[in-house]
Design a protein around this ligand. Sequence first.
Ligand SMILES: [Zn+2]
Length: 277
Amino acid sequence: MSPRRASCLVCGPGPVDEAILGGRLRQCLACGFAWTVGAADPTPDLYDDTYFGGGGYEDYFLPGPRRFEASRRLRWLRSTVRPQSLLEVGPAGGFFLEAARRCGIDVYGVEVSAAATRYARDRLNLPVQQGNFESATLPERVDAVCAFHVLEHVTDPWQFLCAARAALRPGGALVLEVPNIASAAARLLGEQWPGLQPEYHRWHFTPGSLAHLVTMAGFRVLRQDTTVFRYYMPLRYQLRHAHRLLPSDWSATRSLRLVHPRQGDLVRLVARATDGE
Ligand SMILES: [Zn+2]
């Protein structure tokens, strides 16, 4: 449980890390990046119907909220880059790909879950292949690789970012979103923070450690900020749950804003592959 000299995935060897949250995680004291102790390798079995259907993700295939979330993500992305082709890793039901296709973007998905792949292919008629992105054979290079809530699950984030670079055309864009363990709510709620999920999340990013990792992997960060969970909830849902959501956001951030430079629950960034510069 005491601090020790170890190796941080982001900083490399040398920095001190310490146990946090009852020893479930260890955190690098230099960059704030944390990792789950004894995390299991992600396998298709881990992301079966239980994950998408009953593990707190029961709304994964609810078209209303997912289409709202997808439209917000796409608008944010397109305010920074304008891809003609896009690959999403971990598209789940496929609602972001659906929104992107509706904007005239050529889309493709790689999804580890068989249940989610079936939904995206059969219900939304999307070109999604089931499998592991890092070892997938992809049809062609794309202008943007997107991964929302994926990097915290993967076996090796370096390997993932290397595969993302290989999938991109020179100068292509990487778009990521992950939970922010340095958020005001994470610090306030500790193990009760909904973004933690150590049973699924191996890696726990801060805005700084995510930007550093991406930069070291050969990308230049064009844009980065954070949002609170409420940002992705349709207004009628926010209003219905306002009595619960607003006080918790206020106590965590002292603000009712949906987007913050660093304090929100989710950190997102757009970065450009530097081989195009
Ligand atoms: Zn570190």
